[in-house]
Write a protein that binds this ligand. Structure first.
Ligand SMILES: Nc1ncnc2c1ncn2[C@@H]1O[C@H](COP(=O)(O)OP(=O)(O)OP(=O)(O)O)[C@@H](O)[C@H]1O
Ligand SMILES: [Mg+2]
Length: 388
């Protein structure tokens, strides 16, 4: 099957041209070996799910790891009506995972424990599971944003946290590592403590260590995908030029990197096989800046839904003001969470040039259609990315 550049969801190496993220995986595996619990919080379409998928493939290749990758996306609302039905939902996923992995001993353990009704009992089950398994067990939960306001899910995290703390004291066995992924950080959420809970914490996940790894793609990493593409298609691609320029425009935002390549390959080249000409990149930028896609939709929606955010981005892009970067400032923090801002030399910068141009076009259009004359205070010297 001919591979393609992928822009919808998880990238699969057998189907898609991909940036090689082995260096990132190695760092994550070191954290797992250290028994760390951590959260991967990055903006939309930043490669979280793909990274976790590749991580779980890498761990499964080793004989000493067992990976439980849970998804709460498909769990219907009724699963959250009681601890019992929540746990039933978890067990259905456990069964699928252990069947696929041929973990017969653990399948038997599940069969013996199908009457489990409470989170406390689930905690004991996890101890047994970890003891029975000859491998280190890693729990991965993606898309946590969908659950983060759910008390039952937070209680589940609270139970995992307590087990982690007991393990540190040598009084329990539990998951080697737990990795949560989503846009927002669960660390900041408040947990309503149950009456019978002994430990007094106000966050269900204050045990997580920081995960500082840069998940954007470097110039060299972008080069690995172009090289794979060029090798498999026979297309001539000036790797140095295209890796550098794609990085220049996207700052390595995974979705934008793959999207630009896909436009060149599928919309610009068409029958025109042979060589990637330099002009194709500018043409691809021009197409990208005009098209609607889910990434830009959520970017603009985030600006529309928050006036403070809109105003600070306006100051930066339209008025050309400088802002110092302060992560205690909630609005700067939020814009960073959404992938709109990044820190550079202690200043706030728009994450990438494509966002900058797209937001510029949007805000200018808003001013043009507004009746407020005072708004016409544009930055004269704003450069246009697109020359064609
Ligand atoms: N290793 C990679 N190589 C090339 N492109 C990638 C890679 N990882 C991610 N991408 C690009 O980013 C897009 C989003 O990836 P993914 O679904 O893994 O991100 P996500 O952070 O989980 O997104 P969401 O927040 O929507 O769940 C992919 O469809 C692809 O275009
Ligand atoms: Mg995802």
């Amino acid at each position: 099957m001919q591979k393609k550049f992928n822009i919808t969801g998880t990238c699969i190496p057998e189907k898609h041209y991909m940036v090689n993220i082995d260096n990132k995986l190695k760092k994550m595996i070191l954290m797992i070996e250290d028994g760390e619990y951590f959260t991967v919080n990055r903006p939309r379409q930043y490669g979280k799910t793909t990274t976790l998928y590749m991580l779980s493939r890498a761990l499964k290749k080793r004989e000493d790891y067992l990976v439980i990758k849970l998804s709460f996306e498909g769990m219907g609302d009724e699963r959250y009506s009681s601890e019992k039905s929540f746990i039933e939902g978890l067990f259905i996923q456990f069964k699928r995972i252990f069947l696929m992995d041929n973990e017969n001993q653990i399948m038997q353990l599940i069969a013996e424990n199908k009457e489990i009704k409470t989170l406390d009992e689930l905690g004991v089950f996890i101890t047994e599971l970890v003891l029975k398994s000859r491998k280190k067990v890693v729990l991965i939960i993606d898309e946590i944003d969908k659950n983060s306001d759910n008390q039952l899910f937070l209680n589940f995290l609270g139970m995992l946290r307590n087990k982690y703390l007991l393990r540190s004291e040598g009084e329990d066995f539990t998951f080697q590592s737990v990795i949560l992924a989503g846009v927002h950080d669960v660390k900041n959420l408040k947990l309503k403590l149950r009456k019978d809970e002994k430990r007094k914490y106000n966050s269900p996940w204050n045990i997580a260590v920081d995960f500082n790894m840069d998940m954007s793609f470097s110039k060299e990493e972008i080069g690995t995908m172009l090289q794979e593409y060029s090798y498999e298609t026979g297309m001539e691609v000036n790797l140095e030029y295209f890796s550098e320029r794609i990085h220049y425009y996207t700052s390595g935002y995974p979705f934008l990197v793959s999207r630009l390549c896909k436009i060149i390959d599928e919309e610009i080249l068409m029958d025109n096989r042979g060589t990637w000409k330099e002009i194709y990149l500018e043409q691809a930028l021009s197409i990208l800046l005009k098209e609607s896609n889910t990434n830009f939709d959520s970017l603009i929606k985030n600006l529309q839904n928050n006036n403070d955010l809109y105003n600070i981005v306006y100051k930066l892009i339209i008025e050309g003001n400088e802002l110092s970067y302060n992560s205690d400032n909630p609005i700067i923090n939020l814009a960073t969470t959404y992938g709109i801002f990044k820190e550079m030399d202690r200043k706030v910068k728009i994450h990438n040039r494509i966002y900058e141009q797209r937001i510029y076009n949007y805000m200018i259009s808003k001013v043009e259609t507004s009746t407020d004359i005072k708004g016409y205070n544009f930055r004269d010297n704003f450069y246009y990315l697109i020359t064609v």
